[in-house]
Design a protein around this ligand. Structure first.
Ligand code: DGL
Length: 264
């Protein structure tokens, strides 16, 4: 048993999809969430910058005395996970592996699509991770940079969002994918629209997959928190807490708690 909290960071609010899944699956765990809203988006930044920001986020969460760190941001997981693991002693897990493994388990025809930010797609991290689990899988990718701002604005079912999504997903039809990985924190909120556009495709939500991985890891090491510990989770942002307090509930629903602004 280990009653220390779980640290989660993202470039902004999207990682709340991961926080919510973990809070739902592991209700006794205390979460410390950091959204680096002052410096988001990460998806259009260079590897060097993403590594620097990710190290600073990790250092902040370590001050909360957490037992593990979850890199909820797909972009940071794709570009900085290795460097974080090299630098810090604590267990650090990213979202790419869990999503890749789930996609390989789900696909029947071994044709998998991935959407993500420009940086995530350019890194090739999902292709590498999927091929690690199945070297014969065919992976097709599409960068979808306009989706993050749409979700941040809460445009989850507008016709404009649907038409942009149709544009990004159009290339997957001829490739005959049967599985699509949502390789970005924000995209799980677009799942209903994606299902409408691609009803026959299995959609892999990496937020849910990472929550399963966290649970399995804590259970295997006997590190889960005491039942009914009831400690309050805390949320931090590096800028615009008002925006968190407005949009955060789309992501967190019943787990919504107001965020505090911090300096890293
Ligand atoms: N959190 C990022 C991701 O999952 C999306 C937002 C950003 O570009 O910073 O890739």
């Amino acid at each position: 048993m280990d009653n220390k909290g779980i640290g989660i960071f993202d470039s902004g609010l999207g990682g709340l999809t991961v926080a919510k899944e973990i809070m739902e699956m592991l209700p006794d765990e205390q979460i410390f969430y950091l959204g680096d809203t002052a410096r988001m988006p990460y998806g259009s930044k260079t590897k060097e910058t993403i590594i620097k920001f990710s190290k600073e986020n990790t250092a902040f969460l370590l001050k909360k005395n957490v037992k593990m760190i979850v890199v909820a941001c797909n972009t940071a997981s794709a570009l900085a996970l290795k460097e974080l693991k090299n630098e810090f002693e604590i267990d650090i897990i990213g979202v790419i592996e869990a999503g890749a493994r789930a996609a390989v388990e789900a696909t029947v025809n071994r044709r998998i699509g991935v959407i993500g930010t420009r940086a995530t797609i350019a890194s090739g991290a999902y292709v590498d991770a999927i091929k690690k689990y199945d070297s014969r899988a065919k992976v097709f990718t599409s960068a979808a940079p306009l989706l993050v701002p749409l979700v941040e604005e809460g445009w989850l079912s507008n016709k404009e969002t649907e038409s942009i999504l149709r544009h990004y997903l159009a290339g997957f039809g001829p490739k005959k994918i049967d599985t699509l990985v949502l390789g970005c924190t924000h995209y799980p909120l677009l799942k209903p629209l994606i299902k409408k556009i691609m009803p026959k495709v299995t959609v892999i939500d990496s937020a849910r997959e990472i929550a399963r991985t966290v649970r399995a890891m804590l259970e295997a090491r006997d590190m889960t928190a005491k039942k009914g510990a009831g400690r309050k989770s805390e949320f931090f942002v590096t800028d615009t807490p008002a925006q968190f307090n407005k949009v955060g509930r789309f992501f967190l629903k019943k787990f919504m708690v107001e965020a505090k602004k911090v300096r890293l």
